[in-house]
Write a protein that binds this ligand. Structure first.
Ligand code: ATP
Ligand code: MG
Ligand code: MG
Ligand code: MG
Length: 439
């Protein structure tokens, strides 16, 4: 992409309404525009990152054997009457009436709808296990939408639902989700710690939230610092391997790590004192096994091996796709702007031409641009007639991992400058050597 032809409306001023770094930076970098409280347009740069995050979520869900589909944003109220949640959900639900006076709603989540789909088609245990998911806009009329996309009213969520014959099978689905989530967040350059969460009115131990530690997080968390040393790395996973998945769940959840809702001071006191941490965190996902709550209420049964109908065991598993942009930026920025992890960066590399219109500089930039593009990388070429300082400030603000700076003086010596956004370190290198460092 050539910046002169792109739409990147960066702001010079710091927007007064933004209280936290990620919100400020997303507005300044021209990634989002608020249209109403908690409702945003995704401008091209923000949209690009959103799609990269979505792509990683898709890849990891499908790697785990989960099947993508798409359900609508608008749902009929009757489904929610069946589960009893139409009244229970409260004012967070946006209720809509259509021209025929039918009660509709903008979905805040999809347990009812997916259970209805399941019961319409699946009647035998032979069709299990089954895990379906979609990535779709949700609406929750939050009391206090704030922090930009972090707590929006309209937000983008991956929600997946498993259907299993037995509790044991459903717990394997739960473990599988935990493993796939660990991989997902790590690919985004994030450390998201699974913490024991509150089962709500359904109760039970089978729910974990994934939290990214950040001072601006809305949850208070308590943990054994040993959990922050764990990393998933590039282990090979067989998602059908019940023991392997259970082993990883054990490894990542056996140490103390809880949100304030489940915090237990006596248990916490057993953690060695020098490892006890109290901090704040951003909830970027949650997994939940809830048994037959919806299948009982909505009659989602299958014929078991003995011919008798049994309600299916279910769980639901969510990732806050749009919230992740905020969480990643909270975890990775400095005073000059965003520092994108390679896994989610909107462009792989920035090219800054110090003297637009100089034949040699222009040609060297074009060559770099073409070479990167040919290798399947996406560069952002700042080809505007701007001061060098302004070009650097824009590149720092939008946070691409690499910047190649090209000017007539360097070219006389056969070099360009390669700068890492994260370390700030620069090296003068021949253009092809600079390229080989990136690709
Ligand atoms: P929170 O505690 O932050 O209100 P939640 O527990 O109500 O979140 P879930 O129902 O668990 O949310 O939804 C799954 C994921 O969707 C959450 O882990 C979070 O990452 C994301 N999410 C929930 N509400 C919002 C929101 N208002 N804006 C952006 N993302 C959200
Ligand atoms: Mg909520
Ligand atoms: Mg929550
Ligand atoms: Mg939650």
């Amino acid at each position: 992409m050539r910046l002169s032809r792109y739409f990147l409306p960066v702001l010079k001023e710091t927007p007064a309404e933004a209280q936290i770094a990620s919100h400020r930076l997303m507005l300044r970098a021209g990634m989002i525009k608020q249209n109403a409280a908690g409702i945003y347009s995704w401008l091209p740069l923000g949209f690009k990152v959103l799609k990269r995050i979505e792509q990683i979520v898709n890849e990891e869900q499908q790697r785990a054997g989960h099947i993508p589909m798409l359900m609508p944003t608008i749902q009929p109220a009757d489904l929610w009457r069946e589960s009893g949640r139409y009244d229970a959900y409260g004012p967070e639900m946006l209720r809509i009436r259509d021209r025929h006076d039918r009660d509709m709603l903008f979905g805040p989540t999809n347990e009812e709808m997916i259970t209805d789909i399941f019961r319409s088609y699946v009647s035998s245990y032979k069709d299990l296990p089954l895990t379906l998911y979609h990535i779709q806009w949700k609406f929750r009329d939050e009391m206090r939408p704030r922090f930009g996309v972090m707590r929006g009213r309209e937000f983008y969520m991956k929600d997946g639902y498993n259907f299993d014959l037995t509790k044991e099978d459903a717990l394997h689905a739960y473990n599988r989700h935990l493993v796939s989530y660990l991989r997902t967040y790590e690919r985004m350059g994030l450390k998201a710690i699974p913490m024991r969460a509150d089962g709500g009115p359904i109760g039970g131990d089978y729910t974990h939230e994934f939290l990214v530690l950040a001072d601006t997080g809305e949850s208070e968390v308590f943990y054994d610092s040993a959990v922050t040393d764990l990393s998933f790395g590039d282990r090979q996973i067989d998602y059908d391997d019940v023991e392997q998945c259970a082993g990883i769940l054990d490894e990542f959840t056996s140490r103390y790590a809880r949100t304030d809702e489940t915090h237990d001071a006596d248990e916490f006191a057993k953690v060695p004192e020098d490892r006890r941490r109290t901090a704040r965190g951003i909830e970027v996902g949650q997994i939940f096994y809830f048994g037959t709550k919806y299948s009982d209420a909505m009659g989602a049964t299958v014929q078991g091996p003995d011919g008798k109908p049994v309600p299916v065991h279910m769980g639901s598993h969510g990732i806050g796709v749009s919230r992740l942009l905020g969480a990643i930026i909270e975890a990775s920025h400095d005073d000059n702007g965003i520092i994108w992890p390679e896994g989610v960066t909107p462009f792989h590399c920035g090219i800054v031409n110090l003297k637009q219109g100089d034949a040699d500089a222009d040609k060297a930039c074009e060559d770099l641009y073409n070479a990167l593009t040919a290798k399947g990388f996406e560069p952002l070429y700042d080809d505007r007639k701007e001061r060098a300082g302004a070009k650097f400030a824009t590149m720092d603000l939008i946070g691409l991992p690499w910047r190649i700076t090209v000017g007539p003086r360097g070219l006389k010596n056969g070099v360009v400058e390669l700068t890492s956004r994260r370390t700030g370190e620069s090296e003068e290198l021949a253009p092809d050597v600079a390229l080989s460092r990136i690709v």
